[in-house]
Design a protein around this ligand. Sequence first.
Ligand code: FAD
Length: 184
Amino acid sequence: MPEQKIVIVGAGISGLTAATSLAMRGHKVLVLEKQAICGGLVNSFVRDGFLFDGGIRATENAGMIKPMLAELGLDLPLFPSRVSLGVEDKIITADSQESLASYAKLLKELYPESTEDVEKVIKVIGKYDTYMQVLFGSDSPFFKDAKRDLRYFLTTFIVWIFRFLATGAAIMRMQMPMEVFWES
Ligand SMILES: Cc1cc2nc3c(=O)[nH]c(=O)nc-3n(C[C@H](O)[C@H](O)[C@H](O)COP(=O)(O)OP(=O)(O)OC[C@H]3O[C@@H](n4cnc5c(N)ncnc54)[C@H](O)[C@@H]3O)c2cc1C
């Protein structure tokens, strides 16, 4: 077991997760928190009879949370981010990939003279959504153990890493002013 003590400043979700992960690997950990309670921005408080979120209101897996919870031996529900999107008096809920079709419909109803432009915008959003699926749609390989999950590394990981690199390159190519992007 390592002799050194590791000091973590701040008992927010990051500090607590790091401390637990290190402790599980046999390290001695000291967590210092300046507030009376732990959790940092992951908290809620009551004022005038109303319950407020201190920070987070949704937890998405993003390829990280589920494998991290599994590693910590925790079974907690995730709360997906439900976003409502409104223009004038029309409001849609964006909570799945299908919501893109609702968004296209909404924009076309509002701006019938710009149907072609709306289709262009929707196509670009669809492309970004595909990139996001590659980056965050599957569990991060950093949580896999090469010894225990060899089959995963020889099959799923090899396919994913090529898609990941291609997506990274595509994102890098998008680094340009918005005006230039829309003209290209
Ligand atoms: C309004 C808002 C909404 C958000 N919504 C979401 C959401 O819906 N979903 C989501 O996933 N994320 C959301 N986030 C982001 C998420 O809350 C943060 O990414 C996450 O909580 C950060 O955790 P942390 O541990 O890094 O930092 P913090 O939660 O800020 O924790 C830092 C801790 O360190 C302590 N500290 C600081 N300095 C010292 C010191 N010198 N000595 C001792 N202790 C110290 C603080 O008191 C605190 O407890 C939101 C953030 C905000 C602000």
